[in-house]
Design a protein around this ligand. Structure first.
Ligand code: MG
Length: 244
């Protein structure tokens, strides 16, 4: 019995030596296939070569209102601005996992307070809101301020610029996964940089971002992006997206 044990130990030792010997060669750990395709980066916040341009300052053809009609938001001076009561706008295309760049500003003329100042929102897959709000010297509940995942996740910091100034959101989104029975088998995740500052770092999405009540997790596939009409004149420009 003791002999057998020693023999096995010897074999293990030999195998370990063999494996160790293999990885002393640097080439053994080089991976050459597949080769990443080439993407030409944009200059500054300009879209990279493989991005889908959702809004270039003029053309709104990628967007509709919920009923499918052309958008009634005001397009002027290279941006589009919420027109109160016209409703949110939706991309015609549906998306899953994405990298998204959006620029926005709240009205330069400060009106209202709390949730009533420069409120809009970016709804990933038409369900998960990254809050857009003027929180420059404007307090509201922390899990509802700019950069929050609405009523789910407080932003790490308040990186707001003053009202009227353009701000950027760079968003990385991994969509939740559902199985064939409609059960969520993996949550969604979101990372948000506001003006280059991380405000959400791989945050788990608990479900739909509800104004009242708990998050819901009904199964869904790819879905449009929505920009919210919350009644405030929030403007948007330079919106582009990359499917991941
Ligand atoms: Mg909102």
């Amino acid at each position: 019995m003791k002999k057998e044990f020693l023999f096995i130990l010897l074999i293990c030792f030999a195998v370990q030596r063999l494996l160790t010997a293999q990885i002393t060669d640097p080439k053994a750990t080089e991976v050459w296939e597949p080769e990443p395709r080439v993407v030409t980066p944009g200059i500054g916040t300009a879209p990279p070569s493989d991005a889908i341009i959702l809004f270039n300052g003029k053309n709104t053809s990628e967007w509709t209102h919920e009923d499918g009609s052309p958008i009634k938001w005001e397009v002027a001076d290279g941006s589009m601005t919420v027109v109160k009561g016209t409703g949110g706008i939706f991309t015609k295309k549906a998306f899953g996992d994405v990298q998204l760049h959006v620029e926005w500003h709240s009205p330069a003329e400060v009106k209202g307070e709390g949730q009533g100042r420069g409120n809009s929102g970016i709804f990933l897959q038409n369900r998960y809101e990254v809050q857009v709000l003027d929180n420059y010297n404007n307090r509201t509940y922390s899990n509802g301020q700019a950069g929050s995942i609405y009523k789910q996740s407080i932003p790490l910091v308040n990186a707001c610029r003053p009202p009227g100034e353009w701000q950027t959101y760079d968003i990385l989104f991994t969509a939740p996964r559902f199985n064939a029975d409609g059960i969520r088998i993996a949550p969604g995740y979101v990372t948000v940089l506001q003006n280059g500052v991380v405000v959400q770092n791989h945050t788990e999405i608990k479900g739909t971002t509800e104004y009242i009540g708990l998050p819901k997790n009904e199964a869904h596939g790819k879905a449009p992006l929505q920009l919210q009409d919350h009644g405030d004149k929030v403007s948007y420009r330079n919106i582009w997206i990359r499917e991941l």
